[in-house]
Write a protein that binds this ligand. Structure first.
Ligand code: NAD
Length: 495
């Protein structure tokens, strides 16, 4: 490990910031620890107000020229970024796995291809969507334009760092904005590799900037900066509350993608094989997935069989090193998070819940490995039933009627997603329309087009992104009205 680079899984990663097309150092650093073995893997430069000021200034300087580029030229550069990601897919996958502990096989086959898609899809979509036919209003010509908003601040969590960052960076850049990203301090490396890829792809200096650092050190000054025009945050509800106060003074529009406590509702007419498969998918990424269906609400006629089968199948999941292709469930991100999960389950059990699988750390593996855990008999108002756990822990409860199922599913302050399994098409339509959630999956899970709206209701977020919804957020939509005959007709009044 040098003062400027770390070698992670054989890949050299610059540990400094990326500001205005230059690598920039800070006086202090923080240690990046791998969740796989709790070993230090990099010393990351810790940014503060000075680095944030420099990055926002660089983004501001680069903004007019980037915004003025024809959409086709911008999109071509972003397609080159997508190509650069594909060319370095294996490096990105290995580094991200070492850094955040998610499965290498998921990074290779799902996450990193999606990272490239986050650029390619929005590059393509910008060419189609950032225009609107002129409208004729009583002989006046009304022109609607999508003007880029300016400098976009992007703050991201550790559970899918590059995928979640690029999901915001792709549309923000495609719409003509410049960007300052503050990656998660628990998994900061992939953002640095992305800076190299951006530079190689011809993204002009200052269009994309990275300030590394902690939430308080670098995130807080970025959210309070008076010269940012949009704030896209993905993370927890408590942090969102803090950020909202900081951003309020500058009246900055916010897009929040926050936590969840999503239900999986299994009706008596469900395909049980499918329901069990969807249930066991919830242990992916050791349950550190915002969209995870942590509350399983199952018709009383099949709750016993469903529970037995979930326990049996989840009990066969292989836990271990995420670099091993055979591993299904990896370690938790940090010692702090591991202790939080232990605390959640200990309190749940003390409160009457019964673990039918797991219920504690994996003592054979040690470290930050927590066993897939299935709890029953948790009270509806217990912490384990109502709060986001963000670990490999699910609860199962029974219902008797459709109304009860809907009431239980909606009995949460969150509203990110809901999944239902039913063989009855009328019920599928009826129940999905009653569920309060940003995304509802019927007899499927995790399927979504990037042009569809994504976001949460309730505490799960503010706003929607994806397709036109992203462009609505990252642009200032302007209406220009042209009089037909000069000034004489300019006082038309509204209609
Ligand atoms: P977190 O809120 O602790 O941190 C998220 C980011 O905010 C990090 O980069 C952190 O450094 C930064 N931050 C922390 N304090 C800050 C402050 N005062 N000012 C500015 N920035 C600050 O969340 P986490 O633990 O990293 O991530 C897990 C959470 O993210 C879960 O709640 C999960 O559900 C949520 N999440 C949501 C989605 C979604 O799409 N809805 C996706 C992934 C994760």
């Amino acid at each position: 490990m040098s003062n400027t680079h770390a070698t992670v899984e054989g890949v050299s990663v610059d540990t400094r910031h990326w500001i205005g097309g230059q690598r920039v150092s800070s006086a202090s650093t923080f240690t990046d620890v791998s969740p796989i073995d709790e070993q230090p893997i990099a010393e990351i430069h810790a940014g503060g107000s000075a680095e944030v000021d420099a990055a926002v200034a660089a983004a501001r300087t680069a903004f007019p020229a980037w915004a003025a580029l024809p959409v086709k030229e911008r999109s071509d550069i972003l397609r080159a970024v997508a190509g650069g990601i594909e060319a370095r897919l294996e490096d990105l996958a290995r580094v991200e796995t070492r850094d955040n502990g998610s499965l290498l096989r998921s990074h290779r086959r799902g996450v990193m291809p999606r990272v490239a898609m986050n650029f390619r899809a929005f590059a393509d979509f910008a060419e189609q969507a950032l225009g609107h036919p002129d409208m004729d209003v009583r002989g006046h010509r009304e022109r609607i334009t999508y003007d880029p908003a300016g400098v976009v601040a992007i703050i991201t969590p550790w559970n899918a760092p590059l995928m979640l960052a690029t999901w915001r960076i792709g549309p923000a850049l495609a719409a003509g904005n410049t960007v300052v990203v503050k990656p998660p301090e628990w998994a900061p490396l992939s953002a640095s590799l992305l800076a190299d890829i951006m530079a190689d792809a011809g993204v002009p200096d200052g269009v994309f900037n990275v300030v590394q650092g902690t939430g308080v050190g670098a995130g807080a000054p970025l959210t309070a900066h008076p010269d940012i025009n949009r704030l896209a945050f993905t993370g927890s509800v408590p942090t969102a509350g803090v950020i909202s106060k900081a951003a309020a003074a500058n009246i900055v529009p916010l897009s929040y993608e926050l936590g969840g406590k999503s239900p999986l509702v299994v009706f008596e007419d469900a395909d049980l094989d499918l329901a069990v498969d969807i249930a066991v998918e919830q242990f992916d990424n050791a349950g550190q997935v915002c969209l995870k269906a942590a509350r399983m609400i199952v018709h009383s006629s099949l709750v016993e069989e469903f529970t037995d089968r979930v326990v049996a199948k989840a009990g066969r999941l292989r836990q271990g090193d995420p670099r091993d292709e055979a591993t299904d469930v990896s370690a938790l991100i940090s010692r702090r998070h591991f202790e939080q999960i232990c605390g959640f389950v200990e309190r749940a059990i003390a409160d009457g819940a019964r673990p039918l699988l797991g219920g504690g750390p994996n003592d054979e593996l040690g470290g930050l490995f927590y066993r897939p855990t299935v709890l029953v008999d948790a009270r509806p108002d217990a912490e384990i039933t109502t709060e986001e756990v963000f670990g490999p822990v699910v609860t199962i409860e029974a219902f008797d009627s459709e109304d009860e199922a809907v009431a239980k599913a909606n009995d949460t302050r969150f509203g990110l997603a809901a999944t239902l399994v039913t063989g009855d098409q009328d019920r599928a339509e009826r129940v999905s329309s009653q569920l309060r959630a940003g995304t509802v999956w019927v007899n499927c899970f995790f399927v979504r087009d990037l042009n569809a709206p994504f976001g949460g209701s309730g505490r799960s977020g503010i706003g929607r992104e994806g397709g036109v919804w992203s462009f609505d957020f990252y642009t200032d939509i302007k209406n220009s009205v042209f009089a037909p005959n000069g000034w004489a007709n300019a006082r038309g009044g509204e209609s």
